[in-house]
Design a protein around this ligand. Structure first.
Ligand code: AR6
Length: 175
């Protein structure tokens, strides 16, 4: 199998190898803080103008725009769940955000896709659980969509990086 998952430290907006970068947005798609704010700042105001035409996005779904001033040609906007206690459908919604993003990437010919750790910032998802769901869901979705050959996870702090490293090790042990 040629598909690969790679881990990167730092700012996702600098990724010059991805065809699409995924934004951890909110249901309005009209911008926010965290990685959403960074993506809108780097892409420029045209991104917000296109987002206004999308009329929002449900939690667990994903929508695509152009990347404007970003090195990546596209931005895939997805919305992860706000974490409460893990018993309010959060795992299924987080998995859905990753799965839908890969589906949208495949439909639009994006072979290399960069992801942040969706819901693991302001939305409060615990790092280890978020990493396990991210890695296992993406591996499964890539097997179903072979057009996507690389998923590049950008981790903004050391703790999250280690959580994703561990989740990848677990995935490889299981397969
Ligand atoms: N590159 C990569 N990762 C980043 C960057 C960056 N430039 N900036 C932050 N992160 P968050 P969420 C990490 O809060 O939890 C927004 O206001 C960050 O450290 O951006 O899904 C939206 O509009 C964390 O690990 O997204 C929503 O309202 C991860 O990205 C809400 O936040 C996700 O953190 C979504 O919350």
């Amino acid at each position: 199998m040629n598909a690969q998952i790679t881990l990167h430290k730092g700012d996702i907006t600098t990724d010059a190898e991805a065809d699409a970068i995924v934004n951890a947005a909110n249901t309005s798609l009209l911008g926010g803080g965290g990685v959403d704010g960074a993506i809108h700042r780097a892409a420029g105001p045209e991104l917000l103008a296109e987002c206004r035409t999308l009329h929002g996005c449900r939690t667990g779904d994903a929508k695509i725009t152009k990347g404007y001033r970003l090195p990546a040609a596209h931005v895939i906007h997805t919305v992860g769940p706000i974490y409460r206690d893990g018993r309010h459908g959060e795992p299924a919604l987080l998995a859905s955000a990753y799965r839908r993003s890969i589906e949208v990437a495949a439909e639009n010919g994006c072979a290399r896709v960069a992801f942040p750790a969706i819901s693991a910032g302001v939305y409060g998802y615990p790092a280890d659980e978020a990493a396990r769901i991210a890695v296992s869901t993406v591996a499964k979705a890539m097997a179903e969509h072979p057009q996507v050959i690389e998923v590049r996870f950008w981790l903004f702090n050391e703790h999250l990086y280690r959580a994703f490293e561990q989740a990848l090790r677990e995935l490889h042990t299981m397969s």
